[in-house]
Design a protein around this ligand. Structure first.
Ligand code: F6R
Length: 258
């Protein structure tokens, strides 16, 4: 791999609620600065507080989503938009149904399609046609995955169908009645798709993310930890809580608090 000049901003907050408030503030500011911004969005536990805060800003301060375009990172293969565990459903429940975003401007990779590979190519082209993602929100798996790019995912990967690792299936079983119900594959933006975003914000909270955050920030980039490939991007901000931060909060170039 080539050298990087990685100098991420790492903001360490006391609690997950503070993380949510700070990240929502970043997104709100970006939307106000450019009302027609193209956002990349994530699902999972990490962004829930951020979405709650964005909904509050919409309701109480009139944060306007009417010209915003969104692209989600991923979707389970086999789950349609109406399935309660689909990521499309998650986005409606946590954000889209509560703000004035135009549903036709919200994009989630299709979990059901005659030809998933073709649908994945179409998703890439739709991102390009929209002008590219300007601000991308990411969570991080405890195994270092970003979106559903599991360890070993190539740096030049694009949107495609991938198999989920047993670790990810186990981690996501909490959203299903049983682990057997977790789909075995997903359609996900690739590492290259994510690296094309102009600006990236990564959320991590809780001790289960500590090792992955340590590797993403402080170890050399490696396919074993997909999040470490973010070191090839020039504008990445990690917003983490103390529990996810640990030793990183004392490293060079790391700031604590606001
Ligand atoms: C979600 C996604 C995943 C999650 C990651 C962390 O769209 O792409 O990479 O960000 O699995 O999940 P949580 O936040 O539930 O710990």
């Amino acid at each position: 791999m080539t050298e990087t000049t990685f100098a991420p901003t790492v903001l360490v907050q006391p609690t997950a609620a503070d993380v949510a408030q700070q990240v929502a503030g970043v997104f709100a500011q970006a939307i106000r600065a450019k009302p027609s911004i193209v956002l990349g969005l994530a699902t999972g536990g990490s962004p829930v507080g951020t979405y709650r805060e964005l909904v509050r800003l919409h309701e109480q301060s009139g944060l306007d989503f009417s010209n915003v375009t969104t692209f989600n990172l991923d979707e389970y293969v086999g789950l349609g938009a109406e399935h309660p565990q689909s990521f499309r459903y998650f986005m409606r429940t946590h954000l889209f149904d509560h703000v004035n975003v135009d549903p036709s401007r919200t994009h989630v990779p299709p979990g059901v399609a005659d030809d998933i590979a073709e649908a994945a190519d179409r998703y890439e082209r739709a991102i390009d046609r929209a002008g590219g993602i300007e601000l991308q929100l990411l969570g991080i798996g405890s195994n270092g995955h970003i979106a559903f790019n599991e360890p070993g995912s190539p740096r030049d990967s694009q949107t495609r169908e991938v198999s989920l690792t047993p670790e990810t299936i186990a981690a996501n079983a909490r959203f299903f009645d049983s682990p057997d119900q977790v789909p075995r594959s997903a359609i996900t933006m690739g590492i290259a798709t994510i690296l094309r975003a102009k600006r990236i914000v990564v959320i991590a909270t809780g001790p289960a993310k500590r090792a992955a955050i340590g590797r993403a920030i402080a170890s050399p980039p490696s396919l074993d930890c997909p999040a470490s490939l973010l070191q090839y991007h020039r504008d990445v901000t990690f917003v983490i809580d103390h529990e996810a931060g640990h030793a990183e909060s004392t490293s060079d170039g790391v700031r604590s608090g606001n």
